[in-house]
Write a protein that binds this ligand. Structure first.
Ligand code: MOS
Length: 750
């Protein structure tokens, strides 16, 4: 029976009470640690791997439609300016131009304008031209002959702070009496860190192709959230969801920056309505670097007070965030406020409004950059106390979630530390440093990780199974490159009792109206997989009933295992098709939904990473030799996909520590990291040895499959672990990341 219940939902640390539709039939006994599973937990290559590898996968940027128009976007060269001249008619007269829009053009949509006459950052869109060819669109752009009157701007955090120019409310967290606790402490330390703006740098740029036909709109979008995109399109254009279809077959990365329709798909939709043609809007790489989002740069400081035995008594943290003209305040204080047990804490975060493009989510937004500072402060404290860094962290284990006081569902952080220490050879880290005889300075550093990752309802799945015994699973998943469709294939096969090859999973299309959450916030596995499992069990029950009819047996005595019906006494052993072939053209269908979140328990993921690095004191180069990453994400459904997730997160964290930095010219307000040459993301040549392991304690409280989310956790501790290894190797702790060669040379010899 369907019911509506209130439950707490969660996304990247933002909690909400919401009504959720639940069905008793979806409530299944959780897969516990002892439950024997035959497919879940075994490495499985992703189902679309060959298509991706062969170049046959169709991404949004590959979509070509008959009569499709190409769009060029005019972007502000100024950090703040007023449009002084724009000749739309001249652009319309250019051969091949079919549609032109400027700030005054009625695009038939509500909400924040896509094209503005007073741009507030370099790269802000001012006008757009749609034409038969990209060249004609560019010619149309030139014909606009735009001119600007430059206005004052500020990209300085100091100025913004002095003038109290905030983008949203500052955040204050207070528990207990931090000043009194600090006064009581035997040891007090302080550490300050500047962290860089970091660009998500998805290889597939942001883009959308839109096609209005009569009163229906179809949009191909490079998005992490096809349902969020649909909702945005509906709201902006006043459409019913049933008349909008968002398709996202393959996505070349998003990392947080593609959570809705985005200005590209919105603009494509507006221009498609204006021209009556399909319209493509795709960022070129330069636009992608300028306006598609980033992790905000920060300036943080942390003061810690502890007793002689290492008990943390006071945590006092503050952060300035370099937000652009828009962008949320990410949970940068969370690590300091919740990673370890401490009753007396104060956190202050100020989102500064600068004349820069909007900031947005980037894998573990806030928490990763907060960890980079806080976990270094913990090492400073460990040094001051003369206590081993891992030991200090252990002594301050948080048994309950520090903000709510709720017990954790499962917390295996201690197990992660133990395992990581073994794998890294932590006990001999001083020996490693002493032994370096090749002129390089070696060191080892650790950091731990906290993140949410419970997932949340709603999420739905349906399965249809026909005569040949193949199950078609339909989900609301958009697979952004992580392999989540394969995760669904594994879970469906397990629940059905059929081999993996007998399951086909589809997602990436809002057409079936089966909802799934945005592929972000480490949401997909813990949100969608319980729904997939429920749908699978639904179909399996029906199959057993049908088998009872066909074999004249009691369904309760039958099992479906590895695609065969078997009786308890072993007398019956028949293939699935012995029943399904009798279906003819009929199909069996089943459905499943994600139930509510547990009450009174905090569901989080944990982990510990240990970095081993070598520093060249001559060149200032930091070589990451090895990263050991051990995480607690509950049950691991696909070890192969999971280790890939960890490797990707570690690489992005490593790049944050060493090479990636969004740099703005203070005299113009223009980012100078406008190409992939100027902005150093790691390539295959930079990949260190990454040792991945999981402490698998299935979390039966979190969901019926026992898995928590993994998307974000692996990026969280990497930069802190590397910076701590740098301090161990060199005895220096620079006050800014990334540890570029210049910064390292200055730290060592300056
Ligand atoms: Mo979020 S940064 O899209 O996982």
């Amino acid at each position: 029976m369907p019911r509506l219940v209130k439950t707490q939902t969660q996304f990247e640390g933002r909690f909400e009470e919401t009504w959720t539709l639940v069905d008793d039939a979806d409530e299944l006994p959780p897969w516990e640690a002892e439950t024997e599973l035959t497919i879940v937990g075994r490495p499985q290559p992703r189902q679309d791997g060959p298509r991706r590898a062969a170049g046959a996968a169709r991404y949004t940027v590959d979509v070509q439609l008959p009569g499709m128009l190409h769009t060029a976007v005019l972007r502000s060269p100024h950090a703040h300016a007023r449009l002084a001249g724009l000749d739309l008619d001249a652009a319309r007269a250019v051969p091949g131009v079919r549609g032109v829009a400027g700030p005054d053009t009625d695009l038939g949509m509500s909400g924040r304008p896509l094209l503005v006459a007073e741009p507030q950052y370099v790269g802000q869109a001012v006008a757009a031209v749609a034409a038969d060819t990209p060249a004609a669109a560019e010619a149309g752009l030139r014909a606009l002959a735009a001119s600007f009157e430059a206005l004052p701007f500020s990209v300085s955090m100091d100025e913004a702070l002095a003038e109290q120019r905030f983008r949203g409310e500052p955040q204050e967290i207070l528990r207990g009496d931090v000043d009194a606790a600090m006064a009581r402490a035997d040891v007090r330390v302080e550490f300050a860190l500047e962290t860089p703006g970091q660009l998500q740098t998805a290889i597939e740029p942001h883009g959308g192709v839109a096609w209005w036909q009569d009163h229906e709109l179809t949009v191909w979008a490079s998005t992490q959230g096809m349902f969020a995109a649909r909702q945005e399109l509906c709201q902006r254009f006043g459409l019913e969801p049933e008349r909008v279809r968002v398709i996202v077959e393959f996505v070349g990365g998003g990392f947080g920056a593609k959570q809705g329709a985005g200005p590209e798909a919105l603009l494509a939709a507006a221009l498609s309505r204006q021209t009556g043609r399909p319209v493509r809007v795709v960022n070129d790489r330069h636009a992608e670097q300028l306006v598609s989002g980033r992790r905000a740069a920060t300036r943080q400081s942390v003061r810690l007070g502890a007793s002689r035995d290492g008990t943390l008594l006071a945590v006092d943290a503050d952060a300035l965030l370099a937000i652009g003209v828009a962008g949320p305040l990410m949970p940068v204080l969370t690590p300091a406020m919740t990673l370890y047990a401490c009753g007396d804490v104060r956190g202050l975060a100020f989102p500064l409004r600068l004349h820069l493009s909007p900031t947005n989510a980037f894998r573990a937004p806030g928490v990763m950059e907060g960890t980079a500072c806080f976990e270094q402060a913990m090492d400073v404290l460990a040094d001051a106390l003369g206590i081993d860094g891992l030991e200090l962290r252990r002594r301050n284990h948080a048994d309950v979630e520090q903000e709510s006081g709720e017990p954790y569902s499962v917390k295996a952080l201690d197990g992660c530390m133990t395992r990581a220490a073994e794998l890294a050879g932590w006990a001999d880290r001083d020996g490693l440093r002493a032994r370096s005889a090749d002129g390089l300075l070696r060191g080892m550093g650790c950091a731990s990780q906290i993140w949410w990752g419970s997932g949340s309802p709603p999420a739905h799945a349906s399965i249809r199974l026909g005569a040949d015994g193949t199950a078609l699973v339909v989900t609301g998943i958009q697979d952004i490159g992580t392999g989540t469709l394969t995760t669904a294939q594994i879970v469906a096969a397990e629940a059905l009792g059929v081999p993996v090859d007998a399951v086909v999973v589809r997602g990436g299309d809002t057409g079936p109206n089966l909802y799934g959450p945005v592929s972000g916030g480490s949401m997909t596995t813990p949100s969608v997989m319980p729904a997939v499992r429920a749908a699978g069990e639904d179909v399996r029950r029906q199959l057993l009933d049908l088998a009872g009819d066909v074999f004249e047996a009691n369904p309760d005595d039958l099992q479906l295992v590895a695609g065969r019906f078997r009786s308890a006494d072993g007398a019956l052993d028949e293939p699935l098709t012995a029943v399904t072939e009798k279906l003819g053209d009929a199909t069996i269908s089943g459905s499943g939904g994600r139930g509510p979140n547990p009450e009174g328990r905090a569901v989080h993921s944990f982990g510990c990473q240990i970095a081993q690095i070598a520093v060249d004191p001559g060149t200032g180069e930091v070589l990451v030799e090895r990263i050991v990453a051990v995480h607690d994400i509950g049950r691991v459904v696909n070890p192969l996909g999971a280790s890939s997730q960890v490797e990707g997160g570690v690489l992005q964290g490593m790049a944050f520590a060493l090479t990636e930095e969004y740099v703005v010219d203070p005299t113009t307000g223009a980012p100078v990291t406008g190409t992939l040459d100027d902005y150093k993301v790691p390539t295959i040549a930079d990949v260190p040895e990454i040792v991945v392991d999981f402490v698998q304690v299935p979390d039966a409280v979190a969901s019926s499959i026992g898995a928590k989310g993994l998307g974000e956790p692996p990026i969280v501790p990497t930069a802190a672990a590397i910076a701590n290894a740098f301090a161990h190797a060199t005895g220096r702790r620079p006050g800014a990341l990334p540890l570029t060669r210049a910064r390292v040379i200055e730290a060592l010899h300056g």
